[in-house]
Design a protein around this ligand. Structure first.
Ligand SMILES: Cc1cc2nc3c(=O)[nH]c(=O)nc-3n(C[C@H](O)[C@H](O)[C@H](O)COP(=O)(O)OP(=O)(O)OC[C@H]3O[C@@H](n4cnc5c(N)ncnc54)[C@H](O)[C@@H]3O)c2cc1C
Length: 524
């Protein structure tokens, strides 16, 4: 596998051979199939057209969706990718992480089946190499859809190489100039590595390299307790690593509801993860083959030794080497600056996806790419604004945490008075029967109405379930209508109806209750 050192940051776990071919380690038949789709050996860039309606830089989700929609509408489109088409999601993000998480969940279920369900006793180590091979096989299978040959067949001119603006209406790739009427920057983000003393001489992994592992690290140290750190820490613990997570704050998943984070933390600890809060990383070093991290916790020094170290401390936008100055596009350490319609400071140039969004998710990249085509090519007709999007998200720990809409703090900042309804999952029969009652639904309603402002759900499959609330907010459907929608029994989705019932009960004023009591007394 490829160990990434800071000097190589940006190589994304991809090795470029002297002949320009790329390899993704381990370069087995699955990764060969992957590369044959997403960066085929011997790919010949097309002859550039005189001028493109749209040049898209970056072929992750944002760039692929932008290019395919525009080409489907008949525009002349060039798509430029320097490493692997499919970007982070396919190669080093959602796809490989969820492949591993799904294996880890199934290992855990098997291991607990005897103790919790009277099932057959399962013990002994599993085959981590097989988990990773399965993930690589599935990733390779999914890669065709994002691949260069398919995009060529869709009518897109695919250029493999680094794209760089040379002026306000031109990009260069592989020494060839691409002139455009409009361009979309979709260059995404990469793992940000903090300046920890000694890190430059310490072998570490990021999301760009961890999916190349073929052997389970006996001890894994994870720096960072955001979604990526927590998902992978829990998965590796379930697969058998002794995992320590160093969290600089007091709460894991800092964007989430504190009660939700506490439930996930409990679950992680029950799966053997050691979580250290308020841990300030002081130094990293190699010692006898181990990665040793020195931390300060409440004034006390501690050393954590691991056989692998995962840095999951956040993301940095890919703004370097793009010639943004030449294009007149302003940017900051947070990414490319855009207005509500994704337009940059150069009116010909737009940006979508992780490079400019506060929502760094594949579905956010997809949703904004759908809007940017119309904003860029059709003067906004049929397009839309970032601020109009109702954006759900999910963290795929066990249990999952999903959120949509406002948090209580957002509601206060927006001047709303809000009512909160919380339904614990132990009130939902199916969650009890499944043995998954450690979770809840919390809905935020506009005070005095049934309008849903936001919701957080902690449940085994919260990511799948949150769509119901996302639809309700998008369509302006209140909690009252959700309550009168029949949900099959027994399902965990009944939690939504129960929230509506709870809301209805709060509408029963003391006066109404007195009136009902009088009515029934008179009835005899
Ligand atoms: C471990 C992990 C797990 C994740 N899990 C989920 C999940 O479960 N659900 C979810 O919704 N999101 C998830 N995400 C986030 C998701 O992967 C990103 O939000 C998504 O990939 C963003 O898409 P994008 O197109 O904006 O950027 P990217 O996918 O990063 O694509 C940008 C592309 O631009 C290319 N590029 C950059 N500069 C240049 C240049 N100068 N010239 C040519 N090409 C260039 C890059 O090589 C890259 O291929 C996860 C991320 C990680 C890291």
């Amino acid at each position: 596998m490829v160990h990434m050192t800071p000097a190589e940051t940006g190589t994304r776990g991809v090795e470029t051979m002297p002949d320009g071919e790329v390899r993704v380690e381990p370069f087995d038949r699955f990764n060969q199939e992957l590369v044959a789709n997403v960066h085929p050996a011997g790919w010949v860039n097309p002859e550039p057209r005189e001028r493109y309606h749209l040049v898209v830089i970056g072929a992750g989700t944002a760039g692929l969706v932008t290019a395919s929609i525009a080409a489907g509408l008949g525009a002349r489109v060039a798509l430029v990718e320097r490493y692997l088409m499919g970007g982070d999601c396919l190669n080093v993000g959602c796809v490989p992480s969820k492949g591993i998480i799904s294996a880890a969940r199934s290992w855990q279920t098997a291991a607990e089946s005897g103790r919790r369900f009277g099932g057959p006793a399962v013990s002994g180590p599993g085959d981590f190499g097989e988990v990773m091979a399965r993930m690589r096989r599935l990733r390779a299978g999914l890669s065709r859809i994002d691949g260069a040959p398919r995009f060529r067949d869709l009518g897109v001119d695919v250029f493999l190489g680094e794209g760089r603006f040379t002026g306000r209406d031109s990009v260069t790739v592989g020494g060839r100039a691409l002139r455009f009427r409009r361009a979309v920057i979709a260059t995404g983000a990469r793992a940000a590595v903090p300046p920890i003393p000694g890190i430059e001489t310490t072998e570490y992994l990021t999301n760009e390299t961890i999916f190349g592992l073929t052997e389970l690290p006996r001890r894994l140290t994870v720096i960072g307790a955001g979604p990526i750190g927590c998902e992978l820490a829990q998965a590796f613990a379930r697969l058998g690593s002794a995992v320590t997570v160093l969290d600089r704050g007091a709460q894991i998943l800092p964007r989430e509801d504190a009660d939700a984070a506490r439930i996930v933390e409990r679950a992680m600890e029950s799966h053997g993860v050691r979580l250290l809060h308020a841990a300030a990383v002081v130094r990293a070093e190699m010692r006898g083959g181990a990665r040793v991290i020195r931390v300060q916790i409440a004034g006390r020094a501690e050393e954590i030794a691991g056989d692998a170290l995962l840095v999951a401390t956040g993301r940095a936008p890919n703004v370097e080497h793009l010639g943004l100055e030449a294009a007149g596009v302003t940017y900051s350490p947070r990414g490319v600056g855009v207005n509500d319609r994704f337009r940059t400071s150069n009116p010909r140039v737009f940006a979508v996806g992780d490079i400019c969004s506060k929502y760094q998710f594949t579905h956010a990249a997809d949703a904004t790419a759908r809007l940017v085509v119309a904003n860029a090519l059709f003067f906004g007709l049929g397009g839309g604004k970032a601020s109009s999007l109702v954006m759900p998200w999910a963290t795929y720990t066990t249990p999952e945490v999903a959120h949509v809409g406002m948090t209580a703090a957002d509601a206060t900042a927006a001047g709303h008075r809000a009512q909160t309804i919380t339904v614990p999952l132990h009130d939902v029969d199916r969650a009890v029967l499944d043995g998954q009652e450690d979770g809840f639904l919390r809905v935020l309603l506009k005070q005095g109405s049934d309008r849903i402002l936001g919701a957080t759900l902690v449940a085994e499959h919260a990511g799948d379930m949150i769509g119901e609330i996302a639809l309700a907010i998008t369509a302006g459907v209140g909690i009252g209508r959700i309550g009168s929608t029949i949900h099959p029994y027994p399902t965990q989705a009944e939690v939504f109806r129960k929230a509506a019932d709870a809301w209805r009960r709060t509408k029963l004023t003391p006066g109404a209750k007195r009136a009902f009591r009088t009515f029934f007394r008179l009835m005899g």
